[in-house]
Ligand binder design. Structure first.
Ligand SMILES: NC(=O)c1ccc[n+]([C@@H]2O[C@H](COP(=O)([O-])OP(=O)(O)OC[C@H]3O[C@@H](n4cnc5c(N)ncnc54)[C@H](OP(=O)(O)O)[C@@H]3O)[C@@H](O)[C@H]2O)c1
Length: 260
């Protein structure tokens, strides 16, 4: 995928943060943007900006934290006559708290959004890309993916899934013209922290959503397998992968424990 011009791009989590920044950066007269998230008004605002930049846009207010939601979203998109040639699976949320503090329903919604519907949307969008002999998929994981994180356990594990799933598909589909790229942001200045309660100061200053979006879209265009955004995060990602598990999990506790 050496260009993102003339593509029909489906972006989940497009109502704010990194997803909205990607929409603004992709918007030009050659592109069709299919924007989804739950908040219709915020999606509308992102779509207005993209339309002003010349893009064709359609919004799909939709809760991807519900089982089966990927299929209903995909049906609506097909009914409107759109065929995504690029899929950006960006929507996600976490909760930083002792494991027992959150309700079962919260974890089920988190895993449905971060994992199940990401897999389902990928599966649903892939056949048309294979028919066309080209396509691009960008899955947004996190630096939280690279080691177990006490007090952020479910979110971190869900993002480990995203990294492993994406890297496997990259290898599986690269030879068939489809690039699958995983983007791992570190701490980024979005609503994520207010919603998750995660600390903002783990590895130095936060990135802007614009910088992370630019990095991710470049990695997608270059057809990279995986990209960790920001040099501090890249170093921590490598350390998280190679450090002895017992040490990595202790560092995680130091960074994320409520009384740190
Ligand atoms: N910010 C960080 O520090 C950071 C670091 C690493 C990775 N990430 C990852 O980056 C991605 C984007 O997050 P962000 O930082 O841009 O945070 P954000 O500003 O909170 O954006 C999250 C997006 O996901 C959407 N969303 C949340 N729950 C949803 C649901 N049930 N159904 C459909 N859409 C839903 C939100 O829109 P609605 O609320 O309108 O539905 C929003 O558009 C996420 O996958 C996150 O895990 C973020």
């Amino acid at each position: 995928m050496d260009t993102l011009k003339h593509q029909t791009v489906l972006i989940t989590g497009a109502s704010g943060g990194i997803g909205a920044a990607m929409a603004r950066q992709l918007a030009d007269p050659t592109v069709t943007l299919l924007l989804t998230a739950r908040s219709a008004d915020r999606l509308q605002a992102v779509a207005r900006t993209a339309t002003a930049q010349g893009a064709r846009t359609a919004i799909y207010p939709h809760d991807l934290g519900q089982p089966g939601a990927a299929a209903t979203l995909f049906d609506r998109i097909c009914t409107d006559g759109f065929v995504p040639s690029v899929l950006i699976n960006n929507a996600g949320f976490g909760k930083k708290s002792p494991f027992e503090a959150e309700a079962v329903a919260t974890y089920e919604a988190m895993l449905t959004l971060n994992v199940t519907n990401l897999v389902s949307l990928t599966r649903l969008c892939l056949p048309a890309m294979l028919d066309a002999g080209q396509g691009g998929i960008l899955n947004v994981a996190s630096t939280a993916a690279y080691q177990p994180l006490p007090f952020f356990a479910v979110y971190a594990a869900s993002k480990s899934f995203v990294v492993n799933f994406s890297e496997a598909l990259h290898e599986e589909y690269g030879r068939r013209g489809i690039t699958v790229t995983c983007l791992s942001p570190g701490s980024t200045d979005t609503a994520f922290h207010e919603r998750s309660g995660a600390p903002t100061d783990v590895l130095g200053p936060q990135a802007t959503p614009e910088a992370v979006a630019r990095d991710g879209l470049r990695a997608l265009r270059q057809g990279k397998r995986s990209h960790i955004s920001g040099w501090r995060n890249a170093v921590s990602g490598v350390l998280g992968r190679i450090a002895p598990r017992a040490a990595a999990v202790k560092v995680g506790r130091l960074l994320f424990a409520p009384d740190r």
